[in-house]
Design a protein around this ligand. Structure first.
Ligand code: HOZ
Length: 438
């Protein structure tokens, strides 16, 4: 079956079973479709740019495991590397050559990065980087930006993006006031606000997504990231780039290459695992040497540096040595963004399309999207209808207005054009009857 027209019976019955024994029936909240209504699709398999649900329906996929799969689904080199590694043993709880190779590869890609520690997720990477920043500076507070998402460590569930924004619960229950009180919140792209918070002088670090991709896609204004770097330098705070999404996606050299600004600490996830659960944090030697066992900052993990995950990540990063990957995903991202803008213009739909390389977001109902305040005005109800219309037409988007579309190396021009055709059909279904195409 090649299109999404069959009744999702199997997904439905799997979901009915799932809700009995898994909170909300899902293992990560955004997946539950709460923001768009309906039941989540259960996935059977995926290949290249396509994903197949448990009922055999095919979709062109723009979630791509939330950005982890920059080369597309089921990439042969990554799969083969993981299988070969698995045949030698799934986990040893001891050092392996693979983790040295992956660390060397990451460090070789990112100018200024000298040491890296592997963990199991982006959340863990951020949690560890914050601890390290506090130890390095001897200060307590951290500054984050409203709508940026840095995983679910307690300190970061304050005015968070992604699922927290989607579910309308940006401040989680269960986070103590003491911990939340150490997190100061600024507005993305607002340097003056950061300056004011830094003046209190107890700030260990400022953590930021160099391109915010968990409140839709919001680009840093010219001078914002370099301004943060200068402010951090002036007040003795560290700058932490959360590159869990942007790392190795916008370009090989990360945010440093993208915007010319070097952070003191950087966190990674997603792409560096090639689809396996991996995170990492790194920085200059003098800071990273504070991490145990070299230094006093404790951080550990039974499955850290897992050999299968390391092999998958190494295969992914090896493929990214080819600049053609970036040239192509940027071209595809541009084609998609331009096509979506054109459709909204033709159908007189108030909308904003933001793009950074292969990260794309179509916001309904707003014409500027520079910070969380502006994106929160987006028409989420219209997004929900568009999402379902796209799904029925065979295109899988994130089930939330506040997530990015991820274009992969496996997406072809034909996929993009086909997606735009489907978007046009979907747009006809979500616009008021009176609006006719120009
Ligand atoms: N935090 C992810 C979106 N930015 C969602 C992860 C998931 O549900 O798999």
């Amino acid at each position: 079956m090649t299109n999404a027209q069959s009744m999702p019976n199997r997904s439905k019955s799997l979901f009915e079973r799932a809700v009995q024994i898994i909170p909300g029936g899902v293992n990560s909240p955004v997946r539950a479709f709460k923001a768009v209504g309906g039941n989540p699709l259960f996935i059977d398999k995926a290949d290249g740019s396509k994903i197949y649900d448990a009922d055999g329906n095919e979709y062109i996929d723009y979630v791509c495991s939330w950005g982890a799969l920059i080369l597309g689904h089921n990439n042969a080199a990554i799969r083969d590397a993981a299988i070969t590694a698995a045949q030698r043993g799934m986990s040893f709880g001891a050092p392996t050559e693979a983790e040295v190779k992956l660390a060397e590869k990451i460090v070789s890609f990112i100018p200024g990065l000298e040491m890296v520690r592997m963990v199991n997720s982006g959340t863990e990477a951020v949690m560890s980087a914050l601890r390290l920043a506090r130890a390095r500076t001897g200060r307590r507070k951290v500054i984050k930006f409203e709508g940026c998402y840095h995983g679910h460590a307690d300190a970061m569930l304050v005015k968070a993006g992604s699922g927290a924004l989607t579910t309308g619960v940006p401040d989680s229950a269960g986070v103590s006031e003491n911990i939340a009180g150490d997190t100061l919140v600024a507005s993305y792209n607002d340097l003056a606000g950061v300056d004011e918070l830094l003046r209190k002088r107890d700030v260990a670090c400022v953590i930021v997504e160099p391109v915010a991709a968990n409140m839709g896609v919001v680009l840093p204004k010219e001078g914002f990231l370099s301004g943060l770097k200068n402010l951090c330098g002036a007040y003795g705070a560290l700058l932490v780039f959360d590159e869990v999404i942007t790392g190795f996606r916008l370009c090989k050299g990360g945010a440093y290459e993208y915007c010319g600004v070097a952070a003191d600490l950087v966190t990674y996830g997603k792409i560096i695992g090639g689809g396996m659960p991996v995170g990492a944090y790194g920085g200059k030697r003098e800071i990273m040497e504070l991490v145990a066992p070299d230094g006093p900052v404790y951080q550990a993990g039974t499955l850290s540096g897992n050999p299968v995950a390391m092999a998958a990540g190494l295969a992914a990063l090896t493929a990214l040595e080819n600049q053609e990957v970036y040239d192509r995903i940027d071209r595809m991202g541009e084609r998609l963004a331009a096509g979506l803008s054109e459709i909204t213009r033709r159908y007189k739909v108030k909308a904003r399309v933001n793009r950074a390389g292969s990260l794309v977001c179509l916001f309904f109902g707003i014409d500027s999207a520079d910070d969380c305040k502006s994106v929160k005005k987006a028409d989420t109800e219209r997004y929900a209808r568009y999402f379902h219309a796209m799904l029925s037409a065979g295109a899988c988007l994130a089930p939330s207005q506040f997530e990015a579309m991820f274009v992969s190396y496996a997406h072809t021009e034909n996929d993009i054009d086909e997606t735009l055709d489907r978007a046009e059909t979907a747009m006809r279904r979500v616009i008021p009857r009176a609006a006719a195409p120009l």
